[in-house]
Design a protein around this ligand. Sequence first.
Ligand code: PLP
Length: 390
Amino acid sequence: MRERQRMTRRKSDQTRLVQAGIGEDPQTGSVATPLHTSSTYIWKDIETKGEFDYGRTKNPTRELLTRALVELEGGVGGEIVNSGMAAIDLCLNLLDANDLIIAPHDCYGGTHRLFTHRAFQNRIRVEFVDQSDEAALDVALTHNPKMVFIETPSNPLMRIVDVAAIAKAAKAVGALSVCDNTFLSPVRQKPLALGCDIVIHSNTKYINGHSDVVGGCVIANSEELTERLRWWANCAGLTGAPFDSWLTLRGMRTLPARMDIQEANAGKLATFLDGHNQVEKTYYPGLKCHPQFDLAAQQQFGPGAMLSFEIKGDLATAKSFLSGLELFQLAASLGGTESLICQPAIMTHAGMAPEARQNAGIKDNLIRVSVGMENIDDLLADFTQSFSKI
Ligand SMILES: Cc1ncc(COP(=O)(O)O)c(C=O)c1O
């Protein structure tokens, strides 16, 4: 790998992203990122191995992606793993048996399921708390947690919590703070700068941005955490495939441009929904009526491109609206260039028990939208025609 020349001036995220993994092969001079697929590497003799030894432990293409994401999140080190869930599960390896983790009551359904089932196995204990309720969080923090897991904005209700305050409170009781930054990406939020110890992503979403890779990453704020996380990623075989890293590097070069367009579209769609007579409630941190509008403006670099809304009616109304759409794809992911739409209670959050969903406020008439890069007039026209058919 090429040694980067030091720049006197700190580069912007946009420059870092456009240049990530470019011109890294001194042997050939290739501008495009080299894709190294070798699973193993030749030793000089039995005592001397090179920087790369075995693909599960370290791979040159994966290292380029790791470096780019570490720089972007302002971390010390990290690792690329094979999904967002693998990133979260990897963090649980930092805990001892029966250690307590405090998690949001309204986190992604898969995260809720993972913590719940790891607790069933007595691997950890978990307390799900409404982290925007300061009093409830304060009580949970007296229970000697070892990790506080944060997800903001939350999936699917877009609740915003105060990352700096929670990270500080976690530190005060000796707990690690881990933030899932999937919904905003590092170009809209920097949890490590807000005081968190670890940030994780589902790279499947905005970072790759093209709905053609499943991947994840963990980025830590210290050498010690980095070493432990990388040790476990290698030990448990969680590291990501080289081709996925290569595709992700290619996808993430356009992240700031994608986010700008998608966010602008989301703002217009949210305003349209907010004033619509067939809509009960719209959840988008860029709307002034959002309960944590000020906090979002303060800790984020923009409201992002995810929103959700409750349609007036019931599950049947939601189904009728979804089936009437022509442009939005009915699918359970987010962050790609194309607009996706889903019904969380049945789709993305089906892994949560019905009481947990109810507790989190995820109703049957709730619809979640990942706003893409299509022309906004086309997107608005599609919503209008589908509403009119109900
Ligand atoms: C906020 C959040 N975190 C983590 C995940 C899990 O990511 P993956 O599907 O890459 O395992 C998701 C998936 O939707 C998510 O929305």
